[in-house]
Design a binder for this molecule. Structure first.
Ligand code: ATP
Length: 301
């Protein structure tokens, strides 16, 4: 029998997935005078990620659970709390009353999967719904951009190409769901350190994408692209090579580092093959982060 109080509680709880952001290809195409790097990157988001839940409360609170909870800052620097405060600053405290927020931290921290940015995006979506703000995607993206360059793309959370400093987004139609295994050898890498170690910033942009995107055409296209941050990240964290080797040994159709590392992804033809590969890697490396997942397809795919 359903308890009526449970139903009302559930209705008031606003939960959102904060997907992992995976750079399938990442070319560094320049460096601006202000030090910002320019990129050209094919980005997908996965069904695996963190979860942000918010519910009306008498006073603000913030709880972090999940495998990687211990590595996340609990103070005002956490991007979840910064997102809450950005919405409050924009709409006023009266329209944004106290809220209890829970972050389920399933993504390793500083791992090249944009966990913090995705948490910020999920918080903005969750609170905008809880507080019943009449806010369109463009305005939410403007608020997101004040929290970090990658927050707008995490709000979109669909296959896209990101250019400029990561702020110029082109959504990709007809992009299907891809089978992926994500592997992190258990080391955090600070993005700023990787950019500092980058030897060359003026590389060519991405080649044109295939007309029809599916496993085979994507694998062939990926072979013609790079992650320009990989050599710099490997010089800081040599174990990235072990993660790539583990994916290749587990028959990935293609394997590469995402973002500034150290997480690497393997591309698999089906979700079941990906699950088997993940189980094999996990058995050999029980301490690593290993997740079999699928990417979120385009809206029309
Ligand atoms: P990117 O690829 O965008 O650099 P990343 O996955 O490498 O992201 P994050 O996990 O986003 O890195 O963490 C980057 C930094 O942000 C960490 O040093 C962490 O202390 C801080 N941070 C703030 N809020 C969060 C959050 N909610 N989750 C994770 N890290 C957070």
């Amino acid at each position: 029998m359903t308890d009526i109080s449970d139903v009302s509680l559930e209705a008031a709880l606003s939960t959102e997935l904060a997907p992992a952001k995976i750079n399938l290809a990442l070319h560094v195409t320049g460096r601006r005078d202000d030090g910002y790097h320019l990129i050209d990157s094919l980005v997908v988001f996965t069904r695996f990620g963190d979860r942000v839940g918010s519910v009306a409360a008498d006073e603000d609170s913030f709880e972090v659970t999940g495998r990687y909870a211990a590595n996340v800052p609990r103070d005002a620097s956490n991007l979840v709390l910064r997102a809450r405060e950005a919405l409050r600053a924009r709409y006023g405290a009266e329209k944004a009353p106290p809220v209890a927020i829970t972050l389920e931290k399933n993504l390793p921290v500083a791992s090249g999967m944009g966990g913090g940015s995705s948490d910020a995006a999920a918080t903005l979506r969750s609170l905008a719904r809880l507080w019943q703000f009449d806010i369109d995607d463009a305005e939410l993206a403007r608020i997101g951009a004040t929290l970090g360059a990658d927050v707008p793309m995490c709000l979109a959370a669909r296959p896209l190409v990101a250019r400029g400093t990561g702020d110029e987004l082109t959504m990709l139609p007809g992009f299907p769901s891809l089978g992926l295994v994500l592997v992190n050898p258990g080391v955090g890498v600070a993005t700023a350190d990787v950019f500092k170690a980058l030897a060359k910033a003026d590389n060519e942009g991405l080649p044109p994408l295939p007309q029809q995107i599916e496993f085979h055409s994507m694998r062939n296209w990926l072979e013609t692209t790079r992650n320009d941050l990989c050599p710099a990240a490997e010089s800081i964290t040599p174990s990235i090579r072990y993660a790539l080797a583990a994916l290749n040994k587990a028959d990935a159709g293609f394997a590469r580092m995402s973002g500034s590392g150290a997480t690497c992804f393997g591309l698999y033809e089906t979700g079941n093959v990906a699950k088997r590969a993940a189980a094999e890697i996990r058995k050999r490396q029980p301490k690593w982060f290993v997740a079999a997942t699928r990417s979120i397809p385009s809206e029309d795919a």
